[in-house]
Design a protein around this ligand. Sequence first.
Ligand code: GLC
Ligand code: GLC
Length: 814
Amino acid sequence: MKFGYFDDANKEYVITTPKTPLPWINYLGCNEFFSLISNTQGGYTFYKDAKLLRLTRYRYNNVPTDMGGKYFYVKDGDTVWNPGWQPTQTELDEYECRHGIGYSRFTGKKNGLKASALSFVPMNDNCEVTQLTLTNESNEKKSVKVFSYVEWCLWNADDDMKNFQRLLSCGEMEVEGSTIYHKTEYRERRNHYAVYSVNAPVAGFDTSRDEFLGAYRSAANPEVVEKGQCTNSMASGWSPIACQQLNVELAPGESKDFVFVLGYIENPQEEKWEDSAMQVINKKRAHEMLARYATTDDVKKALDELHAYWAKLLSKYQVSSKDEKVNRMVNIWNQYQCMVTFNMSRSASYYESGIGRGMGFRDSCQDLLGFVHLIPDRARERIIDIASTQFEDGSAYHQYQPLTKKGNSDIGSGFNDDPLWLIAGTSAYVRETGDVSILDVMTPFDNDASKATPLMNHLKRSFDYIATHKGPHDLPLIGRADWNDCLNLNCFSEHPGESFQTFGPSEGPVAESVFIAGMFVKYGEEYAQLCELKGDNAEAARARAEVEKMYAAILKDGWDGEWFVRAYDAFSHKVGSKECEEGQIFIEPQGFCVLAGVGVKEGLAEKALNSVKEKLDTKYGVMILQPAYTKYHLELGEVSSYPPGYKENAGIFCHNNPWVSIAETVIGRGDRAFEIYKKTCPAYIEDISEIHRTEPYVYSQMVAGADAPRHGEAKNSWLTGTAAWTFVNVSQYILGVYPTHNGLQINPCVPTGFGDFDLIRTYRGVNYHVSVKNPNGVQKGVTKIVVDGKELVGTSVIPYEAGKTDVTVQVVMG
Ligand code: GLC
Ligand code: GLC
């Protein structure tokens, strides 16, 4: 069952009922100012950091209630309704929400009146603009009242949750005409305030939540709206809000527009006050901002700029195949999700609080893989930020804060896969851009500038950390956990409240990870290539020798007969082996070892992937492990804490499905690679939205596995490494355009019947117009590549030539 449809021409998903199974959200903002916005106009707004600089309030665990947002109430006679249905939930005659790329548009109709709200964050401004258009579609004159409503957050979202005894006495406001200023804590140490304004005279306002709502009421039935008149209340302490009242007369057929601006203003210390004695804030910058969006023409101009920005970004990879779902995901939604994930990391979504997890070391490195072709400059900056938090011995904090860019110990360190992801991200950046100079950037350890050393040296430490931290089977020590945060083999947590991620020793015990070993083979080789680029052939040879040793160790003790072992626990017992009672096979080492090339020539790769199909496959995706853990295993940790079928305990953890799909392309099985791609791909499962339940235009972190009563149901949408990895899979392995250090390599691996396809790929400033013909319908194999009329001989890599703007490439598969 569907709750909407894709409008590819406009790059929109159109939701046709407000009663979606869960709130279906979008993100507004590309730089520093962001809003989360649901299909019923729920959500919140922040500047730079969802914890410290949150403008509007959000209530946690808000799925599916989705209460709180930027609302408009229409009072038409005795009927009160919202264009986005919430919060009054008054039945609408018509409803539509169009989530587009960086904007959302809500249209509601009731009793002959149409209200349409278009919201977006302009390209280079710290505000959200909403144009509200009211149209009288009836034959009679209408006079209606409109009330806006936002609830301010008292800045630090953490305090807002925990220290409200203080904040209940801090709220302070100013009102000037149609503009409401939220200035809580500005009197003391803050240099910023927020504004909410409308470009029309108001018939009243409210800034005190309790006056607006009335006692024991909620946003679903505010007293002020019911009575039809604002009280001009000034919040003093308690909870500040902004509400503007507009009285609107509309002749039949008449339309009126109103522009609302929600903005963030920062003032330098010396310009803080207009009148310091009276504590009147300096509004100069706010006036300037509001003047930029005074008219609907201004709004149109800003929206056009936003469209142009996205059109240019997305143009860097555009495919045209006969499968419209591939086109839709590759050209629009998957790339879009990659950018959002880059901006948010795992911080703010309807499933991530915005006050907890900052930027993950491994998460951010992997997110890079999906957007580096879009904005290489920001990837460069991100790599240096991440590397600057690394420890001198090569290990890493697991997270860092976006504002301070410092590592934090909230969930500790010692996740031994972390260092290798830095190599992965850097290698992707250098292959994409050819910018070897990044390797020379002086980069601190643990944010200590006195310990700065070239980035290349960070990569060496990453590599060496793994090479020198091995266990009894010569496999890498897992530390606190590897990519699977819940495989806590050294934790032994017996009491509730102990964090699996920080409890127990990370050093000392001997648990080992075959997954990290696979990563080492893959990224060890990429490290060696970077060494060669720097002219350090000796180091490249040393690295390759270490990789050889690891490869041998995997074959010796990491192979279980039909698949790769997952790990060795602290007692050197196998995890993910036929010897185990539960958890006999895990997905991660099958995908990663094979994509790294381990076991391909020995014929083990095919066996491992056949085992995946036989033991882990479901119609909704490939599960992370089987059989599910039915009871808690002290020696395994959090992985066995979830009920069977959820999360890391036998859920379909979407992030690792592309690893298996890529692995299938490595051995040339295009049919199977594509089958796996489709199972979790939003566009292909739109029809089962009532089962899947999260947004049908983006990936979710997890889909419940076969053991779960709610098999097929997704959770935790938007902020997941799945976005980056599925894009890498479909763009570089299935469609087969892979950036190497010397140029683009073209080697597709497609399913039978996929047919010919064309694509445009911008790489180092050159537009490659690639046309792939597959006359015999093979799954993999290229017989001929013609570049600008000349046949390439002996290679599938198109040598990069600076100075060209457009290159035509004809590829024949066979
Ligand atoms: C979460 C984490 C990611 C981890 C994964 C598997 O998605 O953000 O870092 O790899 O879970 O545990
Ligand atoms: C929990 C989650 C896992 C996530 C981790 C991050 O363990 O199950 O998915 O990566 O928390 O802290």
